[in-house]
Design a protein. Sequence first.
Length: 379
Amino acid sequence: MTRRDEAAGKPDQHQSMTDHDITHDIETIGDEVRADGTFPFSAIVDQTEMKRALVLNAVNRDVGGVLIRGERGTAKSTAVRALAEVLPDIEAVADCPYGCPPTDPDRMCDECRRRHGTGEDLPTETRPMRVVDLPLNASEDRVVGSIDLERAVQAGEREFEPGILAEANRNILYVDEVNLLDDHIVDVLLDAAAMGENIVEREGVSFRHPSEFILVGTMNPEEGDLRPQLLDRFGLVVDVEGVNEVDDRVEISRRRADFEADPEAFRAEYAEEQATLRDDIVAARERLDEVELGDEIARLIAGMNIELDVDGHRGDITLRRVARTLAAYEGADEVTPRTVRRVARMALEHRLQRLPFEEEEQDVLSTFHDVRRDLGLED
């Protein structure tokens, strides 16, 4: 496998995408970004499924975010923090607290839209996307922002203090140990992620602003799980485990040692792969609207959700979106059954109903093959 393919989560000809993915065995070096740079996304050993889920969300925010579940030391935080570095820079209104796009009124806050509508030449700047952390102890006002009610009532002015959701607009919003976060806060995050805006209402006074972000949560299942109702609202869920292969553990340790010994030189070694991955993400975004998803593939996706007894339609919608996104990322013009197969587990497995004392668990990939065969499709 080439470094480029490994970084992008693309399999080589010897690796089946249905195989259990090998995981990184060394966790982050701390929650703060090092002064000498983050560990390169391209340098993370294997972790094919996790890296693919992150990259696909980077290509298409409508995929709906990703939850990464795994024990400590499986590079969850490393991968999330490294993702920002392979994302393209954004153009933003320089004096806007939400970093609105300067040429897209539909995605602007009310103030930027008003200024744009009057013909004002908005000041712009190029800035990198970044990871915005949400602390576990954050209050609702800290997350959504707060309204100065006294000023609103007395002066008729809406004074809004932006919160984390404002800071996260057009960035990555990262929640470590999301399973330990208050369910109400998780609901607020998922609502904002789905709508692309944050609405704050206090005592009859309301305020809204854009809040488009890539939502990434990580958690250790040993510390408790999310309620099924919340779990279902994450677009993708990936489970990672520790490494059991000697050669892979040796490679992980070598790369970490090289990085810590000379971060600048190590990062330079992966600079080309990082740049290539960034270019691939940009190209996929531009190609996404042109990807076709035919009727037979739509029937395959619907049939899988029916056979798996997935509640509602989130499973169908998410699997369609992520399959089209993967096709765009790989330069394909249309979604094939093989495309669906490679993203089916991360889109559907967390939506399956687990009944007590169930003799046999439903299997996403077995269902895929059964439905594909019934429809007479080639994989």
